[in-house]
Design a protein around this ligand. Structure first.
Ligand code: PRP
Ligand code: URA
Length: 210
């Protein structure tokens, strides 16, 4: 693996992912699990955040301890399915601003079609975390990152739950500067661009459509 592709192998993530994949898992539990896994991925994806010294007083004495050094973050879910990860991320990064990019895959061409774009006005001062549970062909993630890059953020990370090897390769080649965090790299894509074994259509399973 490249040094900016991180595959989470924590037992809690792997266990929750198994339940998420199961076709018998219903909408309520699916939503909860997507958020829980997002929180756990967030924990890993923030590991490199810089710290600074701060002086405080404990009930016992003064002490120099650490705090996160002025981190300004923007979460950018790719609609629809990325929305399912937002609350789980906000559990750990509650002051983040949230932008939205609307993309859907054309069912015939599998090409992403943009239909919405609203990013925080001060995104140039922010580190951006783009969220989408599924990285399949990579087309949606590549386009979303391209859109965010036009606004010149300080940095971009891409967080997903399941990646196909094809999408991982395409995304890394298109945006080698963007670190990718995912919970699993699956086997392959099928002829319709769905991830195998995957979990089906993430948007439909989160929102109970279809
Ligand atoms: C899904 C998923 C990603 C995209 C991944 O969204 O949430 O955004 O497909 O596929 P790709 O890597 O081949 O681009 P979909 O297009 O089904 O839209 P939806 O979230 O509105 O259901
Ligand atoms: N989008 C999904 O929701 N699932 C897949 O397997 C591929 C793309």
């Amino acid at each position: 693996m490249e040094n900016n592709i991180f595959v989470m192998d924590h037992p809690l993530i792997q266990h929750k992912l198994t339940i998420l994949r199961d076709k018998h898992t219903g909408t309520k539990q699916f939503r909860e699990l997507v958020n829980e896994i997002a929180t756990l991925i967030c924990y890993e994806a923030t590991r490199d955040w810089p710290l600074k010294d701060v002086e405080i007083e404990t009930p016992m004495q003064k002490a120099v301890t650490k705090e996160i050094a002025g981190k300004k973050v923007a979460l950018v879910p790719i609609l629809r399915a990325g929305l399912g990860m937002v609350d789980g991320m906000l559990n750990l990064v509650p002051s983040a601003k949230v932008g939205h990019i609307g993309l859907y895959r054309d069912h015939e061409t599998l090409q992403p079609v943009e239909y919405y774009n609203k990013l925080p006005g001060d995104i140039e001062e922010r580190d951006v975390m783009i969220l989408d549970p599924m990285l399949a062909t990579g087309g949606s993630a590549i386009d979303a990152i391209g859109i965010v890059k036009r606004s010149n953020p300080k940095s971009i990370k891409f967080l997903c739950i399941i990646a196909a090897p094809e999408g991982l390769k395409a995304l890394h080649e298109a945006h080698p500067d963007v670190a990718i965090y995912c919970a699993a790299v699956d086997e392959k894509l099928n002829e319709n661009g769905y991830i195998l074994p995957g979990l089906g259509d993430a948007g439909d399973r989160i929102f109970g459509t279809k």
